[in-house]
Design a binder for this molecule. Sequence first.
Ligand SMILES: [Zn+2]
Length: 265
Amino acid sequence: MIFDAHTHVFPDKLAGKALHNLSEICGQPYHSDGTVDGTLRVLKEWGVDGALCLHIATKPKQQASVNHFAAEVQKRGLLCFGSVHPDAPDALDELARIRSLGLRGVKFHPDYQGFFADDPKAFPIYAAAEELGLPVAFHTGWDPLSPDVVHAPPQAVARVAEEFPKLTVIAAHMGGMARSAEAEEYLAGRPNVYFDTAVASLYTSPEEMLRLIRKHGPDRVLFGSDCPWSRSVDELHFLQALPLTSAEMESILYGNAARLFGLHS
Ligand SMILES: [Zn+2]
């Protein structure tokens, strides 16, 4: 069984434009048409049994519509994280709504949302997520949108995990896109942190990947592709080339997500 814990979808009307614009920013081609149906289709082709979509409100006023869309997507068979914007005056109310909509957690993309992951202004949101039992996922490390200013370096995400020990923190991109050494130093081994493997095949060497998995523990690594920015099969092949045991692979590909998100196998 394979669960892809890092994918993105867009409303049908916006998907084409969103993929075009984001592709220009990140300089990567896309591998789905960005719609829910198109994504379900390619994931199936790639042998993926279930997936999590991460949504991001890039403006404070977008929260409600983004979470409404996420709830619709979830009804169509993809689990979703919702989003709150740290500058939204009603961020805490929206967090409670995310919980009541049955969304599985909250995604932050500090580069797109214009804040630093460890900015105290976001702490009340983290505290409320911890209280509500909602995991939070951060785009962690470098991002092509803001190449010179990294808004969620591994050290900042580590500070959040330390400040909120009961909060489950998912540090995407193996704890730091293009920041493997810092991920290893500051995040690997933290008990309330998960890593996901999204686009690791593009940004992490096999040696770095293995060191990170060994130091962090394979029971807190989630398989993810970042579809449409990578294909699940390519990320799977990248992992399969590492000297991991079949039990470790099973945990990463499905077992850890099953435990974290309450999936039934
Ligand atoms: Zn992503």
